[in-house]
Write a protein of this length. Sequence first.
Length: 255
Amino acid sequence: MKFDELEKVMRGYETAHDDYVPTGTYMVARIDGRGFTRLTKETCAFEAPFDIKFRDLMVETCKHLMNCGFKVIYAYNQSDEISLLFDLNINAFGRKLRKYNSLLAGEASAKFSLMLGQVAAFDCRICQLPSRNLVVDYFRWRNEDAHRNALNAHCYWQLRKEGKSQNETTSFIEGKSLAEKEALLQSRDINFKTLPLWQKRGTGLYVAEEEKTGFNPKENGEVLIKRNVLKTDYELPQADAYSAFLWELLTRDDE
């Protein structure tokens, strides 16, 4: 078989199961750390349950992903998880799923590993959402998941620090309501409601317009300059306010 014929046959096998996201469908990439519980608590010994140094590594990874060849209008991070909302009309790599999954996982893994100084890996999958409402629901879901995970994490590590084993702690927390978990922390003088919002609601990154004063040499005076900057929000709004923010972001993107 000649090379051209062989290549045609092999290319057929290689692309036989390629999937493409239809135009007009929103895409959100969900990128998760692989084996990060062991990496953060044993190998690197980050502070539990939350560590600002780890948070900052994840935020820098988000920034890299927003500037690696894909048009991302919003990035959300909680713990070792990143969600990226792409521009509705993005057409990078013909909207081919295997390209998005492989490249984004690779970019996240490479960036985080370089900053950490040792190997770390992420996986990636694409969520296809046919409407704005579902996009808003997706991020509200992740925001609420962050809140529940933070409450569980604070309870878990508080009990571990008190000497309970992993199994004892898990059994003790399992089945308790949110109110009961908050009461558990309150009994240890920890007010969950006053803990930093980035721990409980995650971190958002998006482009915002910023005004600053500049000097115009032609007019020999100060002028107001508008420019786009990447904003990192460690105090995301909750519930309806968060939904309104996301809706405005989506509306602005569609203009």
